[in-house]
Design a protein around this ligand. Structure first.
Ligand code: SF4
Length: 278
């Protein structure tokens, strides 16, 4: 059985940066370090960070002192306001690509456009972007695209950074029917776009795809969806323990890809386990 691994699979620049900032912050002795929600959508990495002193909290009301890491997804600006006046250091690990989406949305809002974010409304990155336009943005996803939409004079569109380009194109096609003027800012991040392209290419060549990453990771699930759309049998696993030997029966070639929140060591462990089935 041949095993191919997508070169672009695994940690992206934004995730690497967030983890480094969190680890650096945790190195200062006698200081509590927190993240509002898991730093990245990968339970194994979150556990490792917890051991290093980076604690996940659900609500900033629980923090009295210490440091709060703003995740690569960014946050709603109201969170930053609530922290003002508290003796809490804010370490901003918002990914520059997410920051760009926030800035573009704000610019469109200031120019009088009804802002539309194409993405998942309950994703923290989208909630943050919406916050930068005074919560006035309309969020559309697959389901909303199919339902009836109001007509607007001016629509300004940004994308959740991990959105697939095909879904973005579909959304733009749908939105253009409902407005006189449409301004589109392509805020899909390069890392995601490259990983998706390489994954689709590989999925078209192999008998089966294995996608490694947290089940709570939107971009990992999107990669799995892309592979399935190619008609390639696909399994998503968090670690090598999720693999089942019988999946590999009569398989001559397998492709491995991973979300941007999956560390290299996890990808290697999965590849090693697959090799052992040979
Ligand atoms: S996937 Fe892109 S936008 Fe998200 S953290 Fe990584 S580099 Fe930044």
């Amino acid at each position: 059985m041949k095993i191919y691994v997508v070169k672009q699979a695994g940690f992206c620049f934004g995730v690497k940066r967030a983890i480094k900032l969190a680890c650096d912050a945790a190195e200062i002795k006698h200081r509590r370090v927190y993240t509002l929600g898991p730093l990245i959508h990968n339970p194994q990495v979150v556990e490792d960070l917890e051991n290093k002193g980076v604690h996940v909290i659900k609500d900033i009301r629980g923090i009295k002192t210490g440091a709060l890491i703003i995740r690569s997804h960014g946050v709603h600006p109201k969170i930053l306001k609530q922290l003002k006046g508290k003796p809490v250091e804010v370490v901003d690990a918002t990914c520059p690509f997410v920051r760009k989406a926030q800035r573009k949305a704000k610019l469109l809002y200031d120019q009088g456009y009804q802002v539309v974010v194409v993405g998942e409304a309950d994703h923290p990155e989208v909630q943050g972007i919406v916050g930068y336009v005074n919560d006035s943005a309309m969020v559309i996803n697959h389901t909303r695209m199919k339902s009836k939409m109001d007509r607007f004079k001016k629509l300004g569109v940004v994308a959740q950074t991990t959105l697939s380009i095909d879904v973005f194109k579909q959304a733009i096609g749908r939105l253009v029917e409902n407005t006189e003027e449409l301004k589109v800012c392509n805020t899909i991040c390069h890392a995601t776009a490259r990983a998706q392209k390489a994954t689709s290419r590989l999925a078209g060549k192999v008998d089966m795809m294995i996608v490694v990453g947290g089940h709570n990771s939107a971009n990992t699930s999107r990669l799995a969806k892309l592979c399935k759309e190619y008609g390639t049998p696909t399994h998503q696993v968090e670690t090598e323990k999720g693999l089942q030997r019988l999946w590999f029966k009569n398989i001559n070639s397998v492709g491995v890809t991973a979300g941007t929140s999956t560390p290299d060591w996890l990808i290697k462990q999965v590849v090693e386990r697959i090799k052992s089935y040979n």
